[in-house]
Design a protein around this ligand. Structure first.
Ligand code: CAA
Length: 288
């Protein structure tokens, strides 16, 4: 059973992360069912994924035929009941513990294979909390992708005290052998490996801009030109979404009570103002 190849996947949420995960699965020859809660969100998710596939064609990474084949492997639904036959489901909705635990409780009732992988793309919510919302925490695991998912080759695999070895092996084989991602393993601690390092850095940059020590442009320029980062920390915060950066920081602060994870007031005010970054057209920078 553990070696059965995963060819039927579900993705919950078609935002920037869910859409990206669905896209890389479809490009890897996998049948993908994508859930969004309303018809409008389904339409927006479909458009986002098709646009990204178009981008793959225009940058020469995909042929027209490969784009059509990938698009043909994607189906959308607003009914979680349609996920019964899935071998792996990856949840990628907003970083909200209550929303995620409800989804895991529902998925657990619907997905029939006891060895199916129920994965979360959460960046910061301990996976155990999601596992304990189900009757079978052995099949719950963290599979954390990075934005933009079609570009960044990493998946953090997060096993809990309860995750079964079979489920962990299946999830790793899927990420590595089917999707072609590199895998690192992390213990089930809020933030896992990447965000434990990245979030204090992003928050420090926001505090630096807030204090007037340097402008947003100069902070970003310094890290791009001085450390060869592909983008500076404020532009990266805009890409991740400032609401998501805040949600991750809140969870990490809740777990560790360390001031370095506490979201600074400027971040809180920007989120309250709806300046959520690239997706909102305005964050530290303006877009579109
Ligand atoms: N979908 C598909 N392909 C994309 C893409 C997308 N959304 N965005 C960029 N690309 C591709 C482009 O087609 C291009 O491909 P080619 O080189 O083959 O033409 C390549 O990526 C580079 O893109 P661009 O030339 O448009 O732009 P760039 O060189 O400035 O790179 C970037 C853009 C890939 C986003 C790069 O700046 C980068 O890697 N930035 C850092 C991103 C990062 O750190 N992400 C992690 C965030 S943390 C996270 O996600 C997890 C969390 O929990 C918060």
């Amino acid at each position: 059973m553990a070696s059965e190849k995963i060819s039927r996947v579900g993705v919950i949420g078609a935002g920037q992360m869910g859409g990206g995960i669905a896209e890389v699965c479809a490009r890897a020859d996998v049948d993908v069912l994508v859930y969004e809660s309303t018809r409008e969100l389904v339409a927006a998710g479909r458009t986002r994924i098709l646009r990204s596939l178009d981008r793959g064609v225009s940058s020469g990474k995909l042929t027209e035929r490969e784009r059509e084949d990938a698009a043909g492997r994607l189906r959308f639904t607003s009914d979680l009941g349609d996920f019964a036959d899935r071998q792996l489901v990856c949840e990628a909705v907003i970083e909200d513990e209550l929303v995620k635990t409800e989804i895991f409780a529902d998925l657990d009732k619907v997905v029939s294979d006891p060895l199916a992988v129920l994965a979360s793309n959460t960046s910061s919510i301990p996976i155990m909390k999601l596992g304990m919302a189900t009757q079978n925490a052995g099949r719950v695991i963290g599979m954390h992708f990075f934005n933009p998912v079609p570009v960044l080759p990493l998946v953090e695999l997060v096993t809990t005290l309860m995750t079964s070895d079979d489920v962990s092996a299946r999830a790793e084989a899927f990420a590595h052998d089917v999707l072609g991602k590199q895998v690192v393993r992390s213990a089930d601690r809020s933030g896992f490996v990447v965000n434990s390092l990245l979030v204090p850095y992003l928050l420090s940059a926001i505090r630096m801009a807030e204090s007037g020590f340097a402008t947003a442009e100069d902070i970003d320029k310094a890290m791009v030109l001085g450390c060869a980062h592909p983008m500076g920390p404020l532009k990266l915060s805009d890409l991740v979404g400032l609401d998501t950066v805040k949600a991750i920081a809140d969870k990490m602060y809740e777990e560790f009570k360390e001031p370095l994870y506490a979201p600074p007031p400027l971040l809180l005010r920007m989120v309250e103002a709806g300046r959520l970054g690239k997706k909102a057209g305005h964050g530290f920078y303006r877009y579109g």
